[in-house]
Design a protein. Structure first.
Length: 504
């Protein structure tokens, strides 16, 4: 059964490659670009391997259990990245496996880190493929399969498969059937993508750019068809559209279902969404205040002052765009958003936004606002218990009591986060990165934003990182996207071995 599911997953990637090949062929006829053979060959290889796995899986019909789901989800993302890097190598866009894999897994995990220093010189096929990768990864590869090919997992544990890939503390079922829930979420995701592309196309974007940027906006991925990102267009309208959809894409997609179905009470009661929207408002005012305060702080250079937005309107616009881009973990750049030039006064709150991210159940990365809420209230209860030893305190979110198992999972997640952070800083430092750059690189890749500071900042390029560091950070992207536990479980012996022998 696992092999069969892997085969179907590769068939989906094959279809995405064939669609990209069609786009590439169109621009071959129109512009003379010649990368379509790379996509056709990649599709043939991917489809061929998928067929072999599918046939093998039909012969060995073994049910999927809980342990299998974590193997399936983790390895499917690795498989997608292995076959997804083929177009980069075959077209010559990237000339080595390390950079090709880094670019690909950065795409599928919607991290947005790139080793390309000449995005504007890439062919339309490569640019479209980068956007498609992020769009597929935004809501989840396995969730897509559950939504549109539910029969392939007939009799298996759909809810566990969904939970292993979905970001957040728990799965919120919108229907008794898990594949119907997946289909609802993907329908909302597709609708928002079409709507975003439509509004982009009304501005100074071409239809091609509008579609590509819609893919990477709704997925909160941040890849652009231009090296300057959205700053290329010098358009306030484009930035307003981007801000609106970045904010929406970092909200739990279930909330849109409740909105469309008239269940406004559930939307109003959702405390995480309220905290998220209030955070955007407060953080926008914070950054606007920092822009006003910074010129009066000792140590601010003339270069930094020159990079600050001028005038009240520009200060608010820059602050709003920056907060929306960083808190949603999208990473788009506006006309004046190179925060590395602004100074450390701005970098620290920026990194904190990246680490936290958006809401659970959204396309955003980070540790999620709801987890921060849970841990803060858990700590508050610990103090209350010291003051009132006979009292009984619980953690409540949106008026509902969070059970102890969920609270323990949140604490475990944060504990693993700190352990992996320390290990990464040590290993990345050994790979040749500085202590500060190692820390920031891990935080930005794990949070699936991709833009950090210094060696990983807006002015830097990931191509300059040591080769070993790129492989380590690639693993961090996967850990962040699947939220640690799903990936770590595949390293436990019990995941692979049962009392009856090795799992097939």
């Amino acid at each position: 059964m696992k092999s069969r599911l892997f085969g179907v997953l590769l068939f989906i990637e094959t279809m995405a490659l064939l669609i990209t090949a069609a786009v590439s062929w169109f621009y071959h006829v129109r512009c003379g670009e010649n990368d379509y053979p790379a996509f056709l060959i990649s599709a043939a290889i991917t489809g061929g391997v998928g067929l072999v796995l599918y046939v093998y899986g039909r012969v060995r019909k073994t049910p999927i259990d809980n342990d299998d789901t974590f193997v399936i989800v983790s390895l499917s993302w690795v498989l997608y990245s292995i076959f997804g890097m083929l177009p980069f190598l075959l077209s010559g866009a990237i000339d080595n496996i390390t950079d090709a894999f880094f670019e690909t897994i950065s795409g599928f995990t919607t991290t947005g880190s790139t080793i390309l220093q000449n995005v504007d010189q890439q062919t339309h096929g490569i640019l479209f493929w980068r956007s498609v990768m992020q769009w597929l990864g935004g809501l989840g590869i396995v969730v897509f399969t559950l939504a549109f090919i539910p029969t392939v997992t007939k009799g298996s544990r759909k809810a566990t498969l969904f939970a292993a890939e979905a970001p957040g503390m728990s799965v919120e079922k919108l229907s008794p059937s898990m594949h119907v829930t997946s289909r609802i979420l993907w329908s909302i995701y597709i609708f928002m993508t079409v709507l975003c592309a439509f509004f982009y196309a009304l501005g100074p974007m071409s239809v091609f750019d509008a579609v590509c940027h819609a893919f990477t906006t709704i997925s909160t991925g941040g890849f652009s068809t231009h090296q300057e990102s959205l700053a290329f267009y010098h358009s306030d309208y484009i930035e307003y559209v981007a801000v609106a959809f970045m904010i929406l894409s970092a909200i739990n997609f279930s909330m849109f279902y409740f909105l469309f179905s008239g269940r406004w009470d559930l939307l109003r009661k959702n405390e995480e969404v309220r905290v998220y929207l209030r955070s955007i408002f407060v953080l926008t005012l914070l950054f606007a205040g920092l822009f006003l305060l910074a010129p009066h702080v000792n140590g601010v250079t003339e270069e930094q002052l020159a990079s600050y937005p001028k005038g009240g309107k520009e200060v608010l616009e820059t602050s709003f765009f920056h907060v929306a881009s960083m808190l949603s973990n999208t990473g788009f750049a506006s006309q004046n958003s190179n925060y590395d030039l602004w100074g450390m006064l701005f970098v620290i709150p920026t990194l904190l936004m990246q680490i936290v991210g958006g809401c659970a159940g959204s396309a955003s990365g980070g540790i999620k606002i709801v987890r921060v809420m849970v841990i803060i209230r858990f700590i508050k209860n610990a103090f209350n218990e010291l003051i009132h030893p006979t009292g009984f305190f619980t953690v409540k979110i949106s008026g509902q009591t969070i059970d102890e198992v969920t609270v323990r999972r949140v604490c475990n997640f944060l504990a693993w986060f700190m352990i992996i952070f320390i290990l990464n800083v040590i290993v990345l430092s050994m790979a040749g990165m500085g202590l500060e750059d190692s820390s920031i690189a891990f935080l930005t890749c794990f949070s699936n934003l991709g833009l950090g500071s210094g060696a990983t900042g807006p002015s830097a390029c990931m191509a300059d990182l040591p080769m070993a560091a790129k492989w380590i950070l690639s693993a961090d992207m996967l850990l962040g996207r699947l939220e640690i536990i799903t990936v770590l479980l595949i390293f436990f012996r019990s995941t692979w071995v049962t009392t009856k022998g090795v799992r097939s």
